[in-house]
Design a protein around this ligand. Structure first.
Ligand code: DON
Length: 303
Protein backbone atom coordinates (compact mmCIF):
# COMPACT_ATOMS: atom_id res chain seq x y z
CA UNK A 1 0.00 0.00 0.00
CA UNK A 2 1.34 3.42 -0.97
CA UNK A 3 0.45 5.27 2.23
CA UNK A 4 2.05 8.52 1.13
CA UNK A 5 0.22 8.53 -2.19
CA UNK A 6 -3.09 7.77 -0.45
CA UNK A 7 -2.60 10.64 2.03
CA UNK A 8 -1.83 13.07 -0.78
CA UNK A 9 -4.92 12.00 -2.69
CA UNK A 10 -7.07 12.41 0.44
CA UNK A 11 -5.63 15.88 1.18
CA UNK A 12 -6.39 17.02 -2.38
CA UNK A 13 -9.92 15.58 -2.20
CA UNK A 14 -10.92 17.45 0.97
CA UNK A 15 -9.54 20.88 0.06
CA UNK A 16 -13.05 22.32 -0.17
CA UNK A 17 -13.91 21.17 3.38
CA UNK A 18 -10.84 22.72 5.04
CA UNK A 19 -11.86 25.86 6.90
CA UNK A 20 -15.49 24.83 7.06
CA UNK A 21 -17.25 24.60 10.42
CA UNK A 22 -16.40 26.57 13.51
CA UNK A 23 -13.40 26.43 15.81
CA UNK A 24 -14.42 25.54 19.39
CA UNK A 25 -15.57 28.72 21.12
CA UNK A 26 -16.35 27.61 24.67
CA UNK A 27 -12.67 27.19 25.55
CA UNK A 28 -11.30 30.68 24.79
CA UNK A 29 -7.72 29.46 24.28
CA UNK A 30 -8.94 27.22 21.43
CA UNK A 31 -11.08 29.92 19.78
CA UNK A 32 -7.97 31.71 18.50
CA UNK A 33 -6.71 28.75 16.40
CA UNK A 34 -7.12 29.20 12.62
CA UNK A 35 -9.67 26.87 11.02
CA UNK A 36 -7.52 26.58 7.89
CA UNK A 37 -5.14 23.88 9.11
CA UNK A 38 -5.22 20.35 7.79
CA UNK A 39 -2.87 17.50 8.58
CA UNK A 40 -3.10 13.74 8.47
CA UNK A 41 -0.74 10.92 9.47
CA UNK A 42 -0.67 7.14 9.33
CA UNK A 43 1.47 4.98 11.60
CA UNK A 44 1.87 1.39 10.43
CA UNK A 45 2.29 -1.63 12.68
CA UNK A 46 6.07 -1.19 12.79
CA UNK A 47 5.87 2.46 13.85
CA UNK A 48 6.71 3.86 10.40
CA UNK A 49 4.83 7.16 9.98
CA UNK A 50 3.62 8.90 6.84
CA UNK A 51 2.03 12.34 6.75
CA UNK A 52 0.62 15.18 4.71
CA UNK A 53 -0.09 18.88 5.33
CA UNK A 54 0.27 20.13 8.93
CA UNK A 55 0.94 16.64 10.24
CA UNK A 56 3.86 17.64 12.47
CA UNK A 57 2.19 20.71 13.98
CA UNK A 58 1.00 20.25 17.59
CA UNK A 59 -2.65 20.85 18.43
CA UNK A 60 -4.79 20.42 21.56
CA UNK A 61 -5.79 16.76 21.75
CA UNK A 62 -8.79 17.43 24.02
CA UNK A 63 -11.10 14.40 24.05
CA UNK A 64 -8.69 12.19 22.13
CA UNK A 65 -7.04 11.93 25.57
CA UNK A 66 -10.09 9.97 26.76
CA UNK A 67 -9.03 6.99 24.65
CA UNK A 68 -5.66 6.87 26.36
CA UNK A 69 -6.95 7.40 29.90
CA UNK A 70 -9.43 4.55 29.42
CA UNK A 71 -6.62 2.30 28.18
CA UNK A 72 -4.48 3.18 31.20
CA UNK A 73 -7.32 2.50 33.63
CA UNK A 74 -7.94 -0.89 32.05
CA UNK A 75 -4.19 -1.60 32.11
CA UNK A 76 -3.85 -0.69 35.80
CA UNK A 77 -7.18 -1.72 37.21
CA UNK A 78 -8.89 -4.09 34.84
CA UNK A 79 -12.52 -4.24 33.95
CA UNK A 80 -14.07 -3.08 37.26
CA UNK A 81 -14.30 0.36 35.63
CA UNK A 82 -17.38 -0.96 33.84
CA UNK A 83 -19.23 -0.99 37.16
CA UNK A 84 -18.86 2.80 37.22
CA UNK A 85 -19.45 3.71 33.58
CA UNK A 86 -21.53 2.17 30.80
CA UNK A 87 -20.65 1.41 27.21
CA UNK A 88 -23.70 2.43 25.25
CA UNK A 89 -23.97 5.38 22.89
CA UNK A 90 -25.63 8.34 24.60
CA UNK A 91 -27.29 9.99 21.61
CA UNK A 92 -26.68 13.25 23.48
CA UNK A 93 -24.00 15.89 23.17
CA UNK A 94 -20.61 15.25 24.76
CA UNK A 95 -21.25 17.55 27.71
CA UNK A 96 -24.90 16.70 28.34
CA UNK A 97 -26.31 16.27 31.86
CA UNK A 98 -29.75 14.85 31.10
CA UNK A 99 -29.15 11.10 31.38
CA UNK A 100 -27.17 11.26 34.60
CA UNK A 101 -30.11 11.79 36.91
CA UNK A 102 -32.37 9.02 35.72
CA UNK A 103 -29.39 6.67 35.35
CA UNK A 104 -28.30 7.28 38.96
CA UNK A 105 -25.03 9.07 38.28
CA UNK A 106 -23.59 6.36 36.01
CA UNK A 107 -22.53 7.88 32.67
CA UNK A 108 -23.50 6.10 29.47
CA UNK A 109 -19.95 5.62 28.19
CA UNK A 110 -16.32 6.60 28.94
CA UNK A 111 -16.07 9.12 26.08
CA UNK A 112 -18.77 11.64 26.95
CA UNK A 113 -17.41 14.16 29.44
CA UNK A 114 -19.21 12.60 32.41
CA UNK A 115 -17.75 9.18 31.63
CA UNK A 116 -14.27 10.57 31.09
CA UNK A 117 -14.41 12.30 34.47
CA UNK A 118 -15.16 8.91 36.08
CA UNK A 119 -12.25 7.35 34.17
CA UNK A 120 -9.90 10.14 35.28
CA UNK A 121 -11.09 9.70 38.87
CA UNK A 122 -10.28 6.00 38.64
CA UNK A 123 -6.87 6.66 37.09
CA UNK A 124 -6.14 9.11 39.89
CA UNK A 125 -7.01 6.46 42.50
CA UNK A 126 -4.93 3.81 40.74
CA UNK A 127 -1.83 5.92 40.10
CA UNK A 128 -1.91 8.96 42.40
CA UNK A 129 -1.19 11.35 39.51
CA UNK A 130 -3.51 10.75 36.57
CA UNK A 131 -2.38 13.55 34.25
CA UNK A 132 1.37 12.89 34.66
CA UNK A 133 0.88 9.14 34.09
CA UNK A 134 -1.02 9.94 30.90
CA UNK A 135 1.62 12.39 29.66
CA UNK A 136 4.44 9.93 30.37
CA UNK A 137 2.60 7.22 28.44
CA UNK A 138 2.00 9.51 25.45
CA UNK A 139 5.66 10.58 25.41
CA UNK A 140 6.83 6.97 25.45
CA UNK A 141 4.46 5.72 22.76
CA UNK A 142 5.05 8.63 20.39
CA UNK A 143 8.78 8.59 21.08
CA UNK A 144 8.54 12.32 21.69
CA UNK A 145 9.92 13.42 25.07
CA UNK A 146 8.94 17.02 24.28
CA UNK A 147 5.20 16.43 24.54
CA UNK A 148 3.69 18.76 27.14
CA UNK A 149 0.52 20.16 28.60
CA UNK A 150 -0.52 23.60 27.37
CA UNK A 151 -1.13 25.54 30.60
CA UNK A 152 -3.00 28.31 28.76
CA UNK A 153 -5.55 25.77 27.47
CA UNK A 154 -5.84 23.96 30.81
CA UNK A 155 -6.33 27.20 32.74
CA UNK A 156 -8.69 28.61 30.12
CA UNK A 157 -10.84 25.51 30.45
CA UNK A 158 -10.64 25.64 34.24
CA UNK A 159 -11.93 29.21 34.13
CA UNK A 160 -14.82 28.18 31.87
CA UNK A 161 -15.40 24.71 33.30
CA UNK A 162 -18.78 25.18 34.96
CA UNK A 163 -20.43 22.46 32.87
CA UNK A 164 -17.79 19.85 33.68
CA UNK A 165 -17.88 20.90 37.34
CA UNK A 166 -21.65 20.41 37.35
CA UNK A 167 -21.26 16.93 35.87
CA UNK A 168 -18.60 15.99 38.42
CA UNK A 169 -20.47 17.29 41.47
CA UNK A 170 -23.64 15.57 40.30
CA UNK A 171 -21.86 12.23 39.97
CA UNK A 172 -20.17 12.77 43.34
CA UNK A 173 -23.64 13.10 44.87
CA UNK A 174 -24.28 9.52 43.73
CA UNK A 175 -20.95 8.33 45.15
CA UNK A 176 -19.48 7.72 41.69
CA UNK A 177 -16.24 9.66 42.31
CA UNK A 178 -13.63 8.63 44.87
CA UNK A 179 -11.49 11.76 44.76
CA UNK A 180 -12.47 15.36 45.54
CA UNK A 181 -14.18 17.01 42.57
CA UNK A 182 -11.53 19.77 42.18
CA UNK A 183 -8.79 17.11 41.97
CA UNK A 184 -10.67 15.15 39.30
CA UNK A 185 -11.40 18.30 37.28
CA UNK A 186 -7.81 19.46 37.47
CA UNK A 187 -6.41 16.19 36.13
CA UNK A 188 -9.12 16.00 33.47
CA UNK A 189 -8.45 19.53 32.17
CA UNK A 190 -4.70 18.97 32.09
CA UNK A 191 -5.11 15.66 30.25
CA UNK A 192 -7.25 17.43 27.64
CA UNK A 193 -4.65 20.18 27.21
CA UNK A 194 -1.82 17.94 25.95
CA UNK A 195 -0.39 19.25 22.67
CA UNK A 196 0.40 16.60 20.07
CA UNK A 197 0.79 16.46 16.31
CA UNK A 198 -0.93 13.99 13.98
CA UNK A 199 2.37 12.12 13.92
CA UNK A 200 2.45 11.86 17.71
CA UNK A 201 -1.20 10.77 18.05
CA UNK A 202 -0.97 8.15 15.29
CA UNK A 203 2.10 6.63 16.96
CA UNK A 204 0.64 6.84 20.48
CA UNK A 205 -2.47 4.95 19.37
CA UNK A 206 -0.44 2.16 17.83
CA UNK A 207 -1.33 -0.25 20.64
CA UNK A 208 -4.94 -0.21 19.44
CA UNK A 209 -3.89 -1.47 16.00
CA UNK A 210 -1.40 -3.94 17.54
CA UNK A 211 -4.09 -5.63 19.66
CA UNK A 212 -2.73 -4.22 22.92
CA UNK A 213 1.03 -4.24 22.31
CA UNK A 214 2.98 -1.07 23.10
CA UNK A 215 5.60 0.49 20.83
CA UNK A 216 8.38 -1.38 22.66
CA UNK A 217 6.64 -4.73 22.15
CA UNK A 218 5.50 -5.13 25.75
CA UNK A 219 1.83 -5.74 26.41
CA UNK A 220 -0.31 -2.86 27.69
CA UNK A 221 -3.63 -4.64 27.42
CA UNK A 222 -4.90 -8.14 26.80
CA UNK A 223 -6.07 -8.58 23.22
CA UNK A 224 -9.64 -8.67 24.44
CA UNK A 225 -9.47 -5.25 26.10
CA UNK A 226 -7.84 -3.65 23.04
CA UNK A 227 -10.73 -5.01 21.01
CA UNK A 228 -13.20 -3.62 23.53
CA UNK A 229 -11.73 -0.11 23.43
CA UNK A 230 -11.94 -0.11 19.63
CA UNK A 231 -15.57 -1.22 19.88
CA UNK A 232 -16.48 1.59 22.27
CA UNK A 233 -14.66 4.07 20.02
CA UNK A 234 -16.78 2.93 17.09
CA UNK A 235 -20.07 3.14 18.97
CA UNK A 236 -19.39 6.17 21.22
CA UNK A 237 -16.20 7.96 20.09
CA UNK A 238 -17.93 10.74 18.18
CA UNK A 239 -20.86 11.23 20.60
CA UNK A 240 -24.23 11.93 19.03
CA UNK A 241 -22.59 11.63 15.60
CA UNK A 242 -21.32 8.07 16.19
CA UNK A 243 -23.93 6.60 13.86
CA UNK A 244 -23.00 9.02 11.10
CA UNK A 245 -19.28 8.42 11.67
CA UNK A 246 -19.78 4.64 11.37
CA UNK A 247 -21.88 5.22 8.26
CA UNK A 248 -19.30 7.44 6.58
CA UNK A 249 -15.97 6.17 7.92
CA UNK A 250 -16.63 2.71 9.35
CA UNK A 251 -13.73 2.64 11.80
CA UNK A 252 -13.19 3.01 15.55
CA UNK A 253 -12.55 6.73 16.04
CA UNK A 254 -12.27 9.35 18.76
CA UNK A 255 -12.60 13.05 18.16
CA UNK A 256 -11.60 16.12 20.16
CA UNK A 257 -12.79 19.72 20.06
CA UNK A 258 -9.26 20.77 19.08
CA UNK A 259 -10.22 19.33 15.68
CA UNK A 260 -8.25 16.10 15.88
CA UNK A 261 -9.57 12.58 15.28
CA UNK A 262 -7.76 9.31 15.91
CA UNK A 263 -8.97 6.30 13.93
CA UNK A 264 -7.84 2.68 14.09
CA UNK A 265 -7.61 -0.08 11.53
CA UNK A 266 -6.90 -3.06 13.81
CA UNK A 267 -4.07 -5.23 12.52
CA UNK A 268 -3.00 -2.61 10.00
CA UNK A 269 -2.43 0.99 11.10
CA UNK A 270 -3.52 3.99 13.18
CA UNK A 271 -4.51 7.31 11.63
CA UNK A 272 -4.79 10.83 12.97
CA UNK A 273 -6.31 13.76 11.12
CA UNK A 274 -6.48 17.37 12.31
CA UNK A 275 -8.46 20.31 11.03
CA UNK A 276 -9.94 22.69 13.63
CA UNK A 277 -13.27 23.60 11.98
CA UNK A 278 -15.98 21.62 13.83
CA UNK A 279 -19.52 20.60 12.97
CA UNK A 280 -22.41 21.18 15.37
CA UNK A 281 -21.59 17.99 17.31
CA UNK A 282 -17.96 18.94 17.91
CA UNK A 283 -16.28 16.79 15.25
CA UNK A 284 -13.82 18.10 12.63
CA UNK A 285 -15.59 18.71 9.30
CA UNK A 286 -12.54 18.15 7.09
CA UNK A 287 -11.28 15.41 9.41
CA UNK A 288 -14.37 13.25 9.02
CA UNK A 289 -14.40 13.95 5.27
CA UNK A 290 -10.76 12.85 5.01
CA UNK A 291 -11.37 9.59 6.86
CA UNK A 292 -14.49 8.98 4.77
CA UNK A 293 -12.43 9.42 1.59
CA UNK A 294 -9.56 7.29 2.94
CA UNK A 295 -11.67 4.27 3.84
CA UNK A 296 -13.53 4.43 0.54
CA UNK A 297 -10.24 4.72 -1.38
CA UNK A 298 -8.53 1.84 0.42
CA UNK A 299 -11.54 -0.34 1.21
CA UNK A 300 -10.16 -0.54 4.78
CA UNK A 301 -13.20 -0.27 6.96
CA UNK A 302 -15.12 -2.63 9.17
CA UNK A 303 -17.86 -2.47 6.56
O1 DON B 1 -14.30 18.85 28.58
C1 DON B 1 -14.41 19.42 27.51
O2 DON B 1 -15.44 19.95 27.14
C2 DON B 1 -13.19 19.41 26.59
N1 DON B 1 -11.98 19.45 27.37
C3 DON B 1 -13.15 18.18 25.74
C4 DON B 1 -14.39 17.97 24.90
C5 DON B 1 -14.12 17.37 23.59
O3 DON B 1 -13.03 17.36 23.09
C6 DON B 1 -15.32 16.86 22.85
N2 DON B 1 -14.92 16.30 21.57
N3 DON B 1 -15.25 16.47 20.47
Amino acid sequence: MDYQGALEEVAAAVQAQIGQGQVAQYIPALASVSADHFGMAIADMDGEVYGVGDWTQPFSIQSISKTFSLALVLAHGGEVIWERVGREPSGSSFNSLVQLEYENGVPRNPFINAGALVVTDRLQTLTGDASTVLLDFLRAESNNPNLAFDPSVALSETDHGDRNAALAYFMASYGNLDNPVPTVLQHYFWQCSVEMSCRDVALAGGFLARHGLRADGTRLLPRREAKQINAVMLTCGTYDAAGDFAYRVGLPGKSGVGGGIIAVIPGRCTLCVWSPGLDARGNSVAGVAALDYFTTLTGWSVF
